[in-house]
Design a protein around this ligand. Structure first.
Ligand code: F0G
Length: 498
């Protein structure tokens, strides 16, 4: 390089110092939005009983932050990969590429050679189908079983309970401390796990770690916690499974905040994380960077296959009955091609840094305006603490402030978030005629991958600031339908209190 240029580059402030780091991608194609007035949105919301899941996405003029699942903007390379999809009924081209990619990303023990080794890699159309396959078969191995986790996702918990097992959440103590800035609030509560296993290890067929911990505010899990949980499960010879939906984002936090990992590559951290697992379920709709896909992977020669030698065969039969041949398992050949490409992209440090910093900045902006968010902000979403949001107002727990906040935000400003709190995770006790409230009460603002820009999220922040200033005027809701149903948040209807 010419000396003059070298000198100049040295003298000029770096992009980072200018706070002008460009996005590590450009728009590949865009979709133009239609416009709707707040009155039109409010009318539609009333028509769907204030349930944001039923609100037509075409009418969302702001950001759709209902979920980060299946809403990734795919890269040009992924769209091109779709065209290379091989729709053969058995052993399509993408399947072999996926085998190599899964081995590369998570470890070679998670995908045996097709037709040679025992079946241990099962593709499904999404995460919950893989949970159903695992728990419907595992549930047959005993009665009165408990599956503890650092935090089961709602469908995971529901699949466990549907198979007559008990889903138990052992959240970390730091999670409940609003002022704690602990970096890994998603951790398993190790003393609680030890106590459970000491008392009832014969009732625990499997221990689960959700990585990152969506139900617990999207918080990451440290490598030290993974190691510790492994040590305890080993003591009792209990298999350890991951719910690995956001594995790459979790690895980024380990690199950033856990001593000893700063110089390691994300890829290597992911491999180390999964070296402790006997298997995992995964929804590829998150860190697979695709719109559809899931899987169940079991470690060849691991504790799970030793303890339950018949289960992989039973899972295979179940998969063929419900989804299809294991070489496509509920997915089109083209979906598999896009997934292979997504898994290659997601462990890239530039992508991940941009992704997580976008979410964390979004949270910091909300915090800066006094809105009570769970800190530190996790990798995929900002969680607003509803109890603190409505503190000092007339909002009561049974008014479901989170549900009404989402409805008002959508009507007034066209942004969609979702309640993950007293309504979603609570339940109505019919005998006692009262609501049982869970520990946590959040509204979640999930950020889809590669979809929105800073300006979009700034508009959500400004909208939330206006609602926070006017929180006294936000009415609660009453449940008109669905209070007693399982997974009630997907189905219920509400009305604003008069
Ligand atoms: N596990 C976790 C931790 C999840 O976050 C999800 C889905 C699943 C399992 C189920 O996967 O949707 O492919 O069947 N989470 C989405 C969300 C729906 O909005 O958080 P799926």
């Amino acid at each position: 390089m010419a000396m003059k240029m070298k000198h100049l580059l040295h003298k000029l402030p770096a992009e980072r110092d200018l706070r002008a780091v460009p996005r590590p991608y450009i728009n590949h194609s865009v979709e133009l939005k239609k416009s709707f007035t707040p009155e039109e949105r409010a009318g539609m919301l009333e028509a769907v009983g204030l349930n944001v899941f039923f609100f037509p996405s075409e009418m969302i003029t702001g950001c759709d932050l209902l979920s980060d699942s299946g809403v990734t903007t795919m890269t040009g390379e992924q769209w091109a990969a779709l065209h290379m999809g091989d729709e053969a009924y058995g052993s399509n081209r993408g399947y072999f590429m996926l085998k190599d990619q899964v081995r590369e990303t998570f470890g070679s023990a998670f995908f045996n050679e097709p037709g040679v080794g025992e079946p241990n890699a099962f593709l499904f159309h999404q995460g919950r189908a893989s949970e159903d396959a695992l728990f419907s078969q595992l549930g047959k191995t005993g009665t009165d079983l408990i599956i503890p986790s650092n935090g089961h996702f709602d469908t995971t918990g529901a699949n466990i309970e549907a198979n007559t097992m008990h889903a138990l959440n052992l959240f970390s103590d730091e999670l409940a401390a609003p002022l704690s800035n602990a970096a890994f609030k998603g951790n398993m509560n190790v003393p609680a796990l030890e106590a459970l296993l000491e008392a009832s290890h014969d009732r625990v067929p499997l221990v689960y770690l959700t990585i990152t911990n969506n139900t617990a505010g999207g918080q990451p899990v440290s490598m030290a916690n993974i190691r510790e949980v492994r040590r305890i499960t080993d003591e009792y010879s209990i298999p350890l499974f991951f719910d690995g939906c956001r594995f790459a984002e979790n690895a980024w936090f380990i690199k950033q905040f856990e001593p000893g990992y700063a110089d390691k590559q994300i890829k290597d951290i992911v491999r180390e994380m999964f070296s402790h697992a006997d298997g995992f379920t995964i929804s590829f709709k998150k860190d697979g960077l695709v719109n559809m896909g899931g899987g169940l992977f079991i470690r060849n020669g691991g504790l799970f296959t030793k303890k339950y030698p018949h289960l992989p065969g039973m899972i295979l039969d179940y998969q063929i009955l419900t989804e299809g041949h294991p070489t496509y398992g509920g997915l089109c050949g083209r979906d598999i091609m896009a997934l292979v490409s997504g898994l290659r992209i997601v462990t890239g440090c530039e992508y991940l840094t941009h992704r997580i910093e976008q979410v964390r900045r979004f949270g910091a902006e909300m915090s800066g305006r006094g809105i009570p968010v769970l800190n530190p902000v996790g990798g995929h979403a900002v969680y607003v603490d509803i109890n603190r949001f409505f503190e000092g107002t007339a909002m009561k727990p049974d008014d479901f402030g989170g549900i009404s906040l989402c409805a008002v935000l959508l009507a007034a400003y066209g942004h969609r978030a979702c309640e993950l709190g007293y309504f979603t995770f609570g339940r109505y006790d019919r005998d006692k005629e009262r609501e049982i409230h869970p520990q946590l009460n959040f509204v979640r603002f999930a950020v889809p991958r590669l979809r929105y820009e800073r300006q979009d999220l700034d508009s959500v922040v400004a909208s939330m600031e206006a609602l926070y200033e006017n929180r006294d005027g936000i009415p609660g809701v009453r449940v008109m339908y669905g209070r007693e149903l399982p997974l009630r948040h997907f189905k219920a209807r509400f009305e604003f209190n008069k």
